[in-house]
Design a protein around this ligand. Structure first.
Ligand code: NAD
Length: 231
């Protein structure tokens, strides 16, 4: 049974990915930061293994991965956002966004890589964002981190392809999760109207795209938009 490790698995897109991979027959482990109750409930529901771990903490990630069986598929989903003018983001907030959204990928890839290299096989799927492709006003830091995720995906695909390891990304559009809890119903209606498919997405639709890339044996270095046609 292939083993998938998903970061930020306790809710939203990560939780949908935990359920989707479990249904597809994978052994599932996930990292979460805060929501212990939700993580325990999801673990009980799906049979997944839940580990409390800050994905931005290099040593904590290394220790968590060392406690797991070898990872066949790594899904880097953990992420945070910040909405505000560039002048309103503090240096600490800027650094934390890059630590959680970008450095976490360095942390997890380094931790799972030795076993993947040994087997000359593996797949990584990184969760970027359409704002990493286009840039969003009042989300400069977030957009910059997600652009970095796409470049990191492309670089790692070239670096690891010769070792049989594929690296791809998904770039969701507006998805109905807690990350968008700050949006009013009116805001959501406007975003839906701007989307050719006429609605915002649901976490399961992103999870299906992640599973597809995890299994797409001749696709690497790609960024798959899951945005209802918004871009
Ligand atoms: P969410 O806030 O509902 O979930 C984020 C998850 O990441 C949570 O499980 C949280 O515990 C986890 N997390 C946050 N910081 C962490 C840390 N330091 N260590 C470990 N886990 C951590 O958000 P979501 O919408 O499900 O977002 C998931 C991913 O999708 C993020 O990378 C986000 O940037 C991306 N994304 C979301 C949308 C959207 O519209 N919701 C759009 C594009 C991209």
């Amino acid at each position: 049974m292939a083993h998938v490790l998903i970061t930020g698995g306790s809710r939203g897109i990560g939780a949908a990915a935990v359920r989707t991979f479990a249904r597809a027959g994978y052994e599932v482990s996930f990292l979460y930061e805060k929501s212990a109750e939700a993580a325990a409930a999801l673990a009980a529901e799906t049979g997944a293994r839940a580990l409390r771990c800050d994905a931005a903490d290099t040593e904590a990630v290394a220790a968590a991965v060392a406690s797991l069986p070898p990872v066949d598929v790594l899904v880097n989903n953990a992420g945070i956002s910040h909405v505000g003018l560039i002048s309103q983001i503090s240096p600490e907030e800027w650094d934390r966004l890059f630590a959680v959204n970008v450095k976490s990928i360095y942390n997890t890839v380094r931790a799972v890589l030795p076993a993947m290299l040994q087997r000359q096989a593996g797949a990584v799927v990184n969760v970027s964002s359409m704002w990493g492709q286009a840039g969003a006003s009042c989300e400069a830091a977030y957009s910059a981190t997600k652009g970095a995720v796409i470049a990191l995906t492309q670089a790692l695909a070239r670096e690891l392809g010769p070792s049989g390891i594929r690296v791809n990304a998904v770039s969701p559009g507006v998805i109905d999760t807690d990350m968008n809890a700050h949006l009013s119903e009116e805001d959501k209606a406007v975003l839906a109207e701007d989307t050719p498919l006429g609605r915002i997405g649901i976490p399961e639709e992103v999870a299906e795209a992640i599973l597809f890339l995890a299994q797409a044996s001749f696709i690497t270095g790609q960024n798959l938009p899951v945005n209802g046609g918004y871009l």
